[in-house]
Unconditional design. Sequence first.
Length: 324
Amino acid sequence: MANLRVGLIGIGGMGGCHYGNYKDVKGATLVAVADVRVDMAKEKTAGTGINVYSDYKEMIEKENLDMVDICTPSYMHKDMAIYCLSKGLHVLCEKPMTINKEDAEEVVKAANATDKYFMAAHVVRFMAPYAYLREVIKSNELGKLLRLDMKRISAIPTWSWEDWMRDEKRSGGVITDLSIHDIDYVQSIFGMPDKISCVHHGLKNNNDFAVTEMVYGDTIVSCEGTWYNAGIPFHATYLAVFENGYVESTDKIYKNGVAIGGDEKKAEELELGINIGNDNGYLNEIQYFVDCVNNGVSPDFITPESSCSTMKLVDTIKDAAVKL
């Protein structure tokens, strides 16, 4: 197996999460990090031999990289992804793919103009509770899905670099930054909905939250995403009701009230092609992309076009939202 040389762009919140997983990735080695906060990057990578840069373009120029992993603030994704693709690098990019659908279309065009791969890191697609639910939906083992209620509850992020997350022009707000996890999951299974409605409490007094309903035939899906001005621990849950039963994810995965664990199915049965037993979604998504690059197989679990469709859906939801 080839050993890809990887450069990480951004080692803050999500970048730190990706960074911590590279020690367990097979077929790739993290050799360099670029972050404008050089002292912080050097502190995090101390003793590893990883080279640190303040400028990602300098990193690309000086390091013989095969792949980059972009974990910078969302508004930077488009330009960085297009630049790295133009330099002949494979690109894994944190969600959201871009800040809006127009930028996403530009990234798709850039990716299609090269033989290098681009993948947006929609981690929820790789998490065991959601992979299990996808299989139950597709197998029809409980009959048709009637109702899916997804919640992603969080305190407002006041910790981001230069407070970019609370700036809607730079993060897209709670729908683009947080609810997108569940919206992308729904889009990846069902596509674009027949009907959309949304109520959005825009950012006021450090509260920003939205409830979206999407209709697919006679199936109703709701996605709730919150940034509350309260010390609520982050949690993500779902309740899926079928014609003949239900699946629920809270602290564990439950099928008709019985805990089923989530790791008893083999990876190939969950259509991931990788081992998801430990439910480390971040490791799984990185490993999947690395495997695709090493095997010369374009990622089909998350295509650029699919991520672009998610951005189009997010923007459609925001346009349709009733603002409070």
